[in-house]
Design a protein around this ligand. Structure first.
Ligand code: AMP
Length: 445
């Protein structure tokens, strides 16, 4: 604990900034991080950056283009369509002009708002992706936070089968591309349940009771709508999970939703042609957000335990619901924090983001020359740093090790008089003299 009393700020002669710093350090009460939020260390951020770089590379390779939307929106946007679970968890606040705003709990609603306002005349299909933080007032635990990071993609205005297949292919390519080995792809079609329930005036409430497995509530909702005869079918569908369950699903739903089951089978065929094995079909899958209308899918990383779902998505007609023309859309959202946790659980060896080069001047007389070397390295695209505290060579090597430098360069008077510096490979320990005019070439090899 810091001794706050003992080190109160000086009153005389302090500059303004010194006073502020003293106040923060010695007088200001320790303010804790809000529950459910995270501080990320440089190591944590390096892992996140690795995942985000992979995501961008793979999404770009599929022809998706990155966009960004605001972190807060008019609360109404989410209240309109994000589904009651998410609305209950929203951070809502009033601004100084009494407008009701919300920190975004998800990004799809924002993307569709953006699409309707500004992007709808772009050539179709529109393939968009985005990365950003989301906020939900949840019960925090490992893998479940109140501020978390999502990667999402939306494909707007394509044909259903091709779009759904393209999107699932992107999701699985991201899983493989970041290096995750243990992931289970589960695919359903919420169109099946919607078709079975189309005569009910409580479709959304019924779907919610299925998704929360509140089957007593489902039973009373069906009875209220005179649909008790389909209760057994729905209960059996909800349990149906596996690679070979589609014939059984067809038998269960009969003519009523046969096309929706067929769609799932055709989609599965396309996915298999794209190299996806072990697809788990869940014809009774319901996802949390109310706006899904067709294919729904999730990816789990079983190593994560309770919070194992790393991705969820499906096709929807949100544009229809927000007042635009009905246009086929399909999208997904990954939890980036969970992707990092899943990689850690698989002992993935993240690429090092350490420094390329650490420059060590031997003695004060060499500082200026070392700074010249540092500048040249940086200008040539190397990540490079230099001793800023005047340590001796061996302490400097310890520091270079601690920050993960790949090479250390000693700038000493002897070598310099021969127009050289000494380059040490931090991994092998090998050290060689390199002429200064060949340094960039030598380090590039
Ligand atoms: P959703 O928008 O609820 O479909 O969530 C999409 C993905 O975001 C999930 O599969 C999770 O990986 C991730 N996610 C959702 N809520 C949280 C949270 N509270 N903390 C961390 N990740 C989350």
């Amino acid at each position: 604990m810091r001794d706050r009393q003992a080190q109160a700020p000086r009153q005389d002669g302090d500059s303004g900034i010194e006073n502020v710093i003293s106040y923060l350090f010695y007088q200001c009460p320790m303010v804790e991080r809000p529950r459910g939020t995270r501080d990320l260390t440089p190591e944590d951020m390096a892992k996140r950056r690795y995942v985000l770089d992979s995501i961008r590379r793979i999404s770009d390779s599929f022809g998706f283009r990155e966009i960004a939307t605001p972190t807060f929106e008019n609360a109404e946007l989410f209240i309109l369509r994000s589904g009651p679970d998410i609305v209950d968890q929203m951070y809502v606040f009033k601004d100084k002009k009494d407008r009701e705003l919300a920190l975004r709990p998800e990004l799809t609603a924002s993307v569709v708002r953006f699409f309707l306002a500004e992007l709808k005349n772009y050539p179709k299909p529109l393939k968009l992706y985005y990365l950003g933080n989301c906020f939900r007032y949840e019960r925090p635990q490992k893998g479940r936070y109140r501020e978390f990071y999502q990667y999402g993609a939306e494909l707007i205005g394509g044909k259903p089968l091709d779009s759904d297949a393209e999107l699932i292919d992107l999701a699985m390519s991201v899983i493989r591309g970041v290096g995750l080995k243990n992931a289970v792809l589960r695919v359903g079609n919420i169109g099946i349940l919607r078709k079975l329930l189309e005569e009910s005036s409580d479709i959304l409430a019924c779907l919610r009771s299925i998704s929360t497995e509140n089957f007593d509530e489902l039973s009373s909702l069906l009875a209220k709508n005179g649909l008790s005869d389909i209760e057994d079918t729905i209960l059996s569908l909800a349990k149906l999970k596996g690679p070979d369950v589609l014939d059984e699903a067809r038998n269960l739903v009969g003519d009523k939703a046969i096309e929706e089951v067929d769609y799932l089978e055709t989609l599965g065929g396309v996915l298999k042609n794209l190299g996806m094995e072990n697809i788990q079909y869940e014809p009774g899958m319901v996802r949390g957000l109310d706006y899904y209308t067709g294919m729904v899918f999730e990816i789990d990383c079983p190593n994560l335990g309770a919070e194992k779902q790393v991705m969820g998505g499906g096709s929807y007609s949100l544009a229809d619901l927000l007042g635009g023309e009905p246009i086929f859309s399909t999208g997904f959202a990954f939890g980036v924090d969970r992707m990092v946790l899943a990689l850690e659980a698989e002992d993935y060896s993240f690429p090092s983001r350490g420094l390329d080069v650490y420059v060590i001047p031997i003695g004060d007389s060499m500082r200026e020359k070392a700074m010249g070397v540092l500048k040249t390295l940086r200008e040539n695209g190397f990540s490079a740093d230099m001793d800023l505290v005047g340590r001796g060579p061996s302490k400097n090597l310890d520091y270079a090790n601690a920050v993960g430098a790949k090479k250390a360069i000693f700038a000493g008077e002897d070598e310099w008089s021969r127009n050289s510096v000494s380059v040490k490979d931090m991994e092998s320990g090998e050290q060689t003299d390199v002429p200064i005019d060949q340094l960039i070439d030598a380090l590039s090899k």
